[in-house]
Ligand binder design. Structure first.
Ligand code: ADE
Length: 239
């Protein structure tokens, strides 16, 4: 998969690409990354990329010409363009799976007070990573890049993504490793029992409980099986 990031801060991405999973995906060729500096498409020595908004108001707006020329330069028949904006559709794991299937993804990062609205007509969709305002779309682009890259075939073991939070609409159950007793704080007995049926039921129960307590919005959407209902009914609340 190829990802092109259109930005006015290309340096932001350098250290992030050293993160082990991304570095490996890039090295092994599952991921190809192109970081495009929008300023390169702005004319003159001033590289005029922004201007004040028509109608007045604070801040500066990214101008159509440099952004749309940069987009035209990287676009391909198989590309899909996502603009990162705080008013976009909330980004979820479902989007990550969908976008991981796209052969060429273009991520368009806004800055200052945002984009001239005419730019957004050239994007296939707008996505937001949450209900807060970032100084630029770069941090949001990194979030998408990270969550998509790890889903690409061969980047990490498939089993390790299957049981994760959000994959089946549930938050993930708690996990533990050695030692079984850390200064008196012990691992739940069931995990040391070797009884795989009990362990599976305990994990499912934990995931259901956690989701019900922390994310009632997700819990409401679950299609609970008879076994799930029985687990919630039968097993004690605390491990
Ligand atoms: N740009 C600024 N804030 C953003 C957000 N929350 N999500 C995506 N892009 C943004």
């Amino acid at each position: 998969m190829k990802v092109s990031i259109l930005t006015i801060c290309p340096d932001v991405f350098d250290s992030f690409l050293n993160m082990p999973v991304l570095a490996r995906a890039l090295r092994d060729g599952q991921l190809e990354l192109e970081v495009v500096d929008i300023r390169e498409f702005a004319p003159g020595s001033f590289r005029h990329i922004d201007d004040s908004p028509f109608g007045g108001g604070a801040g500066m707006i990214l101008r159509c010409q440099p952004v749309l020329d940069a987009l035209a330069a990287v676009r391909s028949p198989e590309s899909r363009t996502v603009a990162l904006t705080p008013s976009g559709t909330p980004y979820t794991q479902k989007h990550a799976h969908e976008l991981a299937e796209v052969p060429h993804l273009i991520l368009l990062c806004g800055h200052y007070e945002g984009f001239d609205a005419r730019i957004l007509k050239h994007a296939d969709e707008e996505l937001s990573i949450g209900d807060y305002i970032l100084t630029g779309g770069e941090t949001a682009a990194l979030v998408l890049l990270d969550s998509i890259a790890r889903l690409l075939p061969g980047v990490i073991r498939q089993a390790s993504t299957e049981d994760e939070s959000f994959e089946d609409g549930l938050l993930e159950y708690p996990q533990y490793t050695q030692p079984a007793d850390y200064n008196g704080d012990t691992v739940p007995d069931v995990l040391l029992s070797g009884d795989h049926g009990r362990i599976r039921r305990w994990r499912r129960h934990q995931a259901l409980r956690l989701t019900r307590a922390r994310r009632p919005d997700l819990f409401e959407q679950l299609d609970l099986s008879d076994e799930d209902l029985a687990l919630l009914e039968e097993l004690p609340e605390e491990p």
